[in-house]
Ligand binder design. Structure first.
Ligand code: SAH
Length: 347
């Protein structure tokens, strides 16, 4: 078994090169090649042939293959379906904003969390990704599109805090000055609410934005759409959010998918308002993305606007998320799911 070299930090690579009897700067050279997307040691032309062969014997370089690529006709959003070395597939979405180009990446193949409205979880969790496989999504999206990436959201397939150590390592890699050097302040991490892990993340005091998928203000409603709420209920979750803010000074962003007749009443808005009082927060209202075969449907535009007004009138910052890529199954999990169901057979 060869070692996955792209999952190594620069410090680890330096130590490994020392063991091979090589000077530390060699590690820096290799690290830079890898983080610019080199897919074989043979490409690393500033290393001797002998060293390249030595590395090739010990290490492997991950590189996903594009299986599907869908481009929105409306807004330039591009969705990639990648095939990993073991044949599993994950999705990445590239979104173009006025402030820069952002990628939404996956951290697991499938998901164990079981949210009722989400396509990613329908087949359960297959496996967690490796740090290199997360980094590759950013790297190869940049290379394929020819665009530079300034922002990352961990909002694709999977639950980031369920793959905690890998995600921490990925953040270190993508943030490193010798690598892609993407600022922590330009990274958002979204969680369904794994409270002990939110507390662990708080201890790291990272400058990223924590996004919490709340989707309901009461246990009564949240229990019906998010199984995680039975382990960590709304009160426990919001207490962890308050402590997270205390520890990091970072305002929390709450995701709230508006589902018709489930969580979209004016009463829900008022309850939410009451529970968020005093917590520096931003609420992102997202009209539910319809998932084929699901009994859940999006709220009407009017209902979303009314809900937003109740929040903003009460002093809570709330915006309605612009939906990008509506014409290309851009809600994460949908492309992989459609491919697993239909696409593979026709290949
Ligand atoms: N597991 C993490 C991140 C992945 S999902 C989490 O739960 O936050 C990214 C966001 O998309 C979450 O807020 C999730 O609840 C939301 N989401 C999933 N399916 C959706 C759908 N059909 N419509 C709208 N938002 C959805």
């Amino acid at each position: 078994m060869k070692t996955d070299i792209k999952s190594m930090t620069l410090a680890e690579m330096t130590a490994a090169m020392k063991e091979l009897g090589l000077p530390g700067f060699r590690a820096g050279q290799i690290y830079t090649w890898l983080h610019r997307g080199a897919t074989s040691f043979a490409d690393m032309t500033n290393l001797s042939k002998d060293l390249r062969e030595k590395l090739d014997e010990r290490y492997e370089i991950t590189a996903p293959q594009v299986v599907r690529k869908q481009e929105s006709q409306h807004d330039g959003t591009v969705k990639y379906l990648w095939r990993l070395a073991d044949g599993n597939c994950v999705e990445t979405v590239l979104m173009r904003y006025h402030y820069g180009n952002s990628v939404c990446i996956s951290c697991e193949v499938g998901c164990a969390m079981g949210c009722a409205f989400c396509a990613s979880t329908q087949g359960g969790l297959v496996r967690r990704l490796k740090p290199s496989e997360m980094l590759d999504q950013v790297l190869f999206t940049a290379l394929d599109s020819g665009l530079s990436i300034s922002h990352i959201v961990l909002m694709g397939i999977g639950e980031p805090l369920d793959n905690f150590d890998t995600v921490m390592r990925f953040l270190e890699l993508v943030n490193s000055p010798q690598g892609m050097n993407i600022s922590m302040r330009h990274i958002s991490l979204s969680t369904c609410g794994l409270v002990p892990r939110i507390r662990l993340l708080a201890e790291k005091k990272l400058q990223l934005t924590l996004s919490v998928s709340l989707h309901a203000p009461t246990d009564e409603i949240r229990n019906t759409i998010m199984p995680v709420n039975r382990a960590y209920n709304v009160e426990t979750l919001l207490a962890a959010c308050r402590d997270y803010y205390e520890a990091t000074g970072r305002r929390i962003s709450f995701e709230y998918a508006m589902i018709r007749d489930v969580n979209d009443s004016p009463e829900c808005a008022r309850t939410l308002l009451r529970k968020l009082r005093g917590l520096p927060a931003h609420v992102n209202l997202i009209p539910l993305n319809e998932v084929e075969g699901s009994p859940l449907h999006p709220s009407s535009r009017k209902t979303v606007m009314q809900f937003q007004k109740i929040l903003t009138d009460g002093g809570v910052n709330a915006t309605v998320r612009r939906t990008l890529g509506g014409d290309i199954d851009a809600s994460c999990g949908q492309l992989r799911r459609n491919y697993e169901k239909n696409g593979k057979k026709s290949e």
